[in-house]
Design a protein around this ligand. Structure first.
Ligand code: NAD
Length: 418
């Protein structure tokens, strides 16, 4: 596309940090530290493909800051992965873990590849090679990866196994988002979406929008987006449109989220869903609705389309879907935007619970996990809301003030040594 895709997400992350540093009147030395990741590793991952040829994939892992604990963040497989994107995602993970007040720093990983056109065997070989190249970089007390776009519990299992084989015993706590059979947590696969919907519920209550019957648009019908559609439907809201990388569908009557999940599982896309009309991505974003959930990739809501958005609540299940220029437009329009580092923090919250269960050799019930998730999401939402009101700033700036402020405090307490 477009302009939008050319925006370097790390420039967006740095602009957000600059604004936050001003709001917090951050010490200039700490600002200097926070402008760069602590460590970045780029690796070449040679894989013998099914046809016998060798492809060398490029992979990155960035540890942005670990002042508050081990780095934490997903691994993305996508043709558009760049070091700038991984750095941005790692910075956002740092602020996100601090917003949730969990004892993690922030990291992120990515491999430049096209997983949709790779066999399972090729994906396994690439994943295991990437994991073995990262062996000394990651670890349960150093850097704990998790799933992100186009990686899933199976990918996490291959990484756990590759890491553990070199250690000599099973180390489930090296990674989260694992299958239940090897120490995954109940509730992890739906946690990002569930946390996002808890935030929407809190926002809707403040704006006096009844959840029952509220119209919802989901951009990006993957793990986060499809589960958000299912969970919000259970609360009585009406999903009217959804999209994925192949197109967007709309129905004024409402779309049955479970049937759409089944349709996508059978056909590979939301496109062609019975009773729906195909619309363009831009039409989807501009639909008249109460709630918009961007749940795909970065830089989707830009200066070009933000003024067309009619949703009253925008909850960023995706990381970085809104550019800083678009942020300003949405604030002027008085849309309530729940920023990514709060809206999608349910994933890392339950990843934290998974890590704790692994370290304690425990397995908690789904009810227990979901209750802790709800308590923490609601508490963080309220804290960000209050910060926003007390400082007369947007929810994005308030969340960044809470997150960056906590990281800055940890750096200050540790001091610079030597
Ligand atoms: P996923 O791979 O399960 O789903 C991504 C979806 O986005 C797919 O359905 C894909 O078709 C769709 N998509 C891709 N390009 C699109 C486009 N141009 N227009 C519309 N749809 C498009 O990935 P996911 O895990 O659901 O992650 C989605 C977003 O949520 C990412 O920004 C990710 O960083 C963020 N996130 C995920 C988690 C998690 O636990 N999975 C946690 C926090 C944040």
């Amino acid at each position: 596309m477009s302009q939008a895709e050319k925006i370097d997400p790390f420039d967006v992350a740095l602009e957000q940090l600059r604004i936050t540093a001003e709001l917090l009147q951050l010490d200039s030395g700490i600002y200097e530290i926070l402008k760069q990741p602590r460590r970045s590793l780029t690796v070449s991952i040679p894989v013998q493909m099914d046809d016998g040829t060798v492809t060398a994939f490029t992979g990155h892992r960035v540890q942005y800051n670990d002042a508050r604990g081990p780095c934490k963040g997903g691994i993305r497989y996508h043709p558009g992965v760049t070091l700038g994107e991984v750095k941005a995602l790692a910075a956002w993970m740092t602020w996100k873990c601090a917003v949730m007040d969990i004892p993690f720093g922030g990291g992120k990983g990515g491999v430049v590849c096209d997983p949709k056109n790779m066999s399972i065997r090729e994906k396994e070989k690439m994943t295991r090679k990437y994991a073995s190249l990262l062996h000394d970089f990651i670890g349960p007390y150093r850097d704990v990866p998790a799933p992100d776009v186009y990686t899933d519990p199976q990918t996490m299992a291959w990484i756990a196994d590759t890491y553990s084989q070199r250690v000599g015993h099973m180390v489930p706590e090296v990674i989260t988002g694992k299958p239940l059979s090897i120490g995954g947590s109940e509730g992890r696969s739906t946690s990002t979406a569930r946390g996002c919907v808890f935030c929407i519920r809190e926002a809707a209550e403040l704006l006096r929008i009844p959840m029952k019957g509220a119209s919802v648009v989901v951009q990006g019908f993957g793990n986060a987006g499809a589960n958000a559609a299912l969970i919000i439907s259970e609360m009585g809201a009406k999903v009217v449109a959804a999209s994925d990388s192949r197109g967007a569908v709309y129905s004024n009557e409402g779309i049955n989220a479970q049937e759409l999940v089944n349709h996508k599982a059978q056909t590979g896309s939301v496109v062609g869903f019975k009773g729906s009309k195909e619309i363009s991505d831009e039409e989807l974003l501009g639909l008249d609705c109460e709630i918009l959930i961007p749940a795909a990739l970065e830089n989707v809501i830009t200066a070009k389309n933000a003024s067309n958005i009619k949703a009253k609540i925008i909850s960023e299940a995706a990381n970085g879907p809104t550019t800083p220029e678009a942020d300003k437009i949405l604030v002027e329009k008085k849309a309530l935007l729940i920023p990514d580092i709060l809206a999608n923090a349910g994933g890392v919250m339950v990843s934290y619970l998974e890590w704790v269960q692994n370290l304690q050799k425990e397995h908690w019930t789904e009810t227990n996990v979901n209750e802790r998730l709800e308590d923490n999401m609601v508490a963080s939402f309220k804290e960000v809301w209050t910060t926003s009101k007390n400082n007369d700033v947007s929810m994005r700036n308030a969340a960044l003030m809470v997150g960056v402020g906590r990281v800055a405090e940890a750096i200050k307490t540790l001091g610079l040594w030597p």
